[in-house]
Design a protein around this ligand. Structure first.
Ligand SMILES: NC(=O)c1ccc[n+]([C@@H]2O[C@H](COP(=O)([O-])OP(=O)(O)OC[C@H]3O[C@@H](n4cnc5c(N)ncnc54)[C@H](O)[C@@H]3O)[C@@H](O)[C@H]2O)c1
Length: 382
């Protein structure tokens, strides 16, 4: 096997396990990417869940016990997409086995779980670990990040990062593991969607100093497996008002994560406004980046101008896709894997990398403060 070939195993063959398996089949779309991943193994405790993987002919191992994969020396990288209450044990076992790991968010069910995985990583520094978060790899998001980093916005007045979902609008939708504290976590919707909304702010250095949170439990019961109503005890919507930076030069950052956002589907919105300029990007209109500038308009004077930039297809890693073609969720997933495996191979360069375990752990500290803020009706310092 060439040093550039990377054998990948997936633990959890559900929604995300299949999404990633499909993304890896599109690898030839990446131009001159050093590693060549091959999906060779899958594990799910439900054997029928693995039938789907039969159509991928590189998959030669199927097992219901993930420890079989960890004992297999041919496997280099493990992607884990399981319930949040299973993250700590499985992620730690992957790291202890010396495998590299792309872990699904929220990287443990809570702060202590995330810290336990960080400890396993400290004990096994040979294992390269990142956390899944694909939204920043939309081309428009990359441009928005570049614009903020370039510093041309003047003094930042405010920022907003919102992940808006509508999967739970139907109150008759049956309960599942994502809607129960025991398997999703006390942070509820923040555990589900928070990494999507916090990755870019944290990478920009916008660690909140204090938070004030408003949480909603909109659908408190849902039909169980037999149709009888059972408690749906996770928070559905969360709005976290954070203060970033110093007293004099800081600004408010609003981070919204909502499972019941009427009129939305699966949308991440990122918006920053400063005294001289601003950017606004939404995955709902992924081909466009809105740019705001205060400019001198000849004959008119100093005025506020919004412009829309067509962003095309190119994101972090170049692809064979035509530059003017338009982009979507599956492209962002492929780009996240491209930067994950590039960084693992030491070839990331100055590109925006996948979310780090430290960033993921920091989100749990924010969620814990948000839970306290809502319970006590006051702002909490971090
Ligand atoms: N990045 C994203 O955009 C995104 C989107 C959805 C979900 N997620 C995350 O992905 C993870 C999984 O979510 P999902 O929607 O794919 O869930 P899912 O319920 O669709 O799939 C989970 C799979 O794990 C299997 N499983 C359970 N216990 C197992 C074990 N011990 N060993 C092996 N397999 C086991 C289940 O049988 C199921 O097939 C969660 O952490 C979730 O937050 C990420």
């Amino acid at each position: 096997m060439s040093a550039q070939e990377v054998n990948v195993a997936i633990i959890g063959g559900g929604l995300m396990g299949r999404e990633i398996a499909a993304a890896l089949q599109r690898w030839p779309a990446l131009v001159d990417h050093p590693p060549r991943p091959r999906l060779t193994a899958v594990c799910d405790i439900v054997p029928a869940a693995m039938d789907w993987f039969d159509q991928i002919d590189t998959v030669t191992t199927k097992t219901t016990d993930y420890r079989d994969l960890l004992a297999d020396p041919s496997i280099d990288v493990v992607y884990v997409a399981v319930r949040h209450d299973l993250h700590q044990v499985i992620y730690s076992d992957v790291v202890r086995a010396g495998k590299d790991l792309l872990a699904e968010k929220p990287f443990g069910i809570d702060g202590p779980a995330a810290r336990a995985v960080l400890q396993a990583m400290a004990d096994h520094p040979e294992s390269f670990v990142r956390c899944s978060s694909e939204m920043p790899f939309y081309p428009g998001a990359q441009l928005a990040i570049a614009a903020v980093r370039a510093g041309g916005l003047g003094r930042i007045i405010e920022a907003r990062s919102a992940f808006l979902h509508s999967s739970d609008l139907d109150a008759d939708k049956p309960i599942n593991w994502k809607r129960q504290v025991a398997t999703c976590g006390e942070a509820g919707v923040m555990n589900d969607l928070g990494m999507h909304a916090w990755h870019v702010p944290l990478r920009l250095g916008w660690q909140p100093r204090q938070v004030y949170a408003v949480l909603q439990d909109i659908v408190p019961q849902r039909p169980g497996p037999d149709g009888a109503l059972v408690r749906c005890d996770t928070w559905d919507n969360a709005v976290v008002h954070a203060w970033v930076g110093g007293d004099d030069d800081g600004f408010p950052l609003a981070v919204e994560t909502k499972r019941l956002a009427p009129g939305e589907k699966n949308t991440w919105v990122f918006e920053v406004r400063g005294t001289e300029g601003g950017v606004r990007f939404s995955t709902k209109n992924a081909g466009a980046l809105e740019v705001f500038r205060v400019v001198d308009v000849p004959g008119v004077g100093r005025e506020q101008v919004w412009q829309t930039l067509d962003v095309g297809s190119q994101s972090s890693w170049p692809t064979v896709t035509g530059g003017i073609f338009e982009t979507g969720f599956s492209d962002a997933i492929l780009q996240m894997w491209a930067v994950f495996l590039a960084e693992r191979a030491g070839a990331l360069g100055d590109r925006f990398g996948a979310a780090t375990p430290q960033e993921a752990a920091a989100t749990h500290e924010i969620y814990a403060a948000a839970l306290r803020s809502h319970a006590e009706g006051r702002r909490i310092a971090l």
